[in-house]
Design a protein around this ligand. Structure first.
Ligand code: KMH
Ligand code: ZN
Length: 278
């Protein structure tokens, strides 16, 4: 069994800075967070950015600047979100790839998202997957529900393996409208993973109250971890998360307890098929 890949998702598109002051929303804040999380043991950063009013944006100039700054300031694998916010149009989400990240997310189906709908039409998914293949951008397939794994199998059967040849999925569990953040749901996903290519790896994150159960379940099943303020704003009952570093430190502690210490960015690149892409 390998070490643990720790991804930090520091910002997301859902929480307002006014509600969660610890959110990094400027490039400077993001860079400081990235450096500190890397020092603690994160290897990948899943990036959403904000505008000058701290609202989610997919502004291409800002995305490019962010990719360059993170590449120059850290050794982290930079994974841009193509999910954006639920209101983002498909064209803007596809254009995220023009910022030339090493990795990008690719959500494998539509899901109710609280009071909203996170729309991911089949043809949009195909377009994203094939553009990533053409550009050598390695995807992380975001799985919000069991059926998204069936869609991934269909995608790979019809359009082939992603850039780098390795398949990595991230289970985003506990979204109101998606699969629950439970051990049982994770086990169901693992059974469905058997239909995917040999060597497929997975990480998991549990939204809100499911954060700790999902983290424990993933590590016990040989999986990897995504943590951060995108998914978790409460550290323990009545205690807001103080920083992304606090969440990364907790994940590192668990990985060490499991005797699967954090992978370095170089080891993460090997695992994810990125080494060959550079
Ligand atoms: N903000 C969500 C609507 C992704 O980054 O690819 C979508 C999301 C998934 O966060
Ligand atoms: Zn995201």
């Amino acid at each position: 069994m390998t070490g643990t890949l720790i991804t930090v998702a520091p910002t997301g598109a859902e929480s307002a800075k006014a509600d969660v002051p610890a959110l990094p929303v400027t490039l400077d804040e993001l860079l400081v967070t990235a450096k500190e999380c890397e020092a603690l043991g994160a290897a990948v950063i899943h990036v959403h950015i904000r505008d000058d009013q701290a609202r989610p944006t997919l502004d291409l100039g800002r995305l490019r600047e962010t990719v360059v700054a993170l590449r120059e300031g850290t050794n982290l694998v930079v994974q841009l979100s193509t999910g954006g916010a639920v209101t983002d149009p498909e064209a803007d989400r596809l254009a995220v790839l023009d910022a030339e990240p090493e990795m990008a997310s690719c959500t494998m189906g539509t899901v109710n998202f609280g009071d909203d709908v996170f729309l991911n039409r089949w043809q949009f998914i195909v377009e994203l997957h094939t553009r990533m293949q053409d550009r050598g951008v390695v995807p992380e397939y975001e799985i919000f529900d069991l059926g998204h794994l069936t869609a991934l199998r269909r995608l790979l059967d019809r359009y082939g393996l992603p850039a780098g040849g390795h398949v990595h999925v991230d289970f985003v569990m506990g979204v109101p409208g998606g699969m629950p953040g439970s051990t049982e749901a994770l086990v169901a996903c693992l059974q469905a993973l058997r239909d995917l290519p040999d060597g497929t790896t997975f990480s998991a994150t549990g939204i809100g109250r499911s954060t700790i159960p999902v983290m424990l379940a993933s590590v016990s099943a040989g999986g990897h971890l995504r943590v951060g303020l995108e998914d978790t704003v409460t550290y323990a009952k009545g205690r807001p998360v103080e920083s992304n570093m606090q969440l990364v430190a907790r994940a590192v502690g668990l990985a060490q307890l499991a005797q699967r210490p954090p992978l370095s960015p170089a080891q993460a690149r090997e695992l994810l098929g990125l080494a060959a892409q550079r």
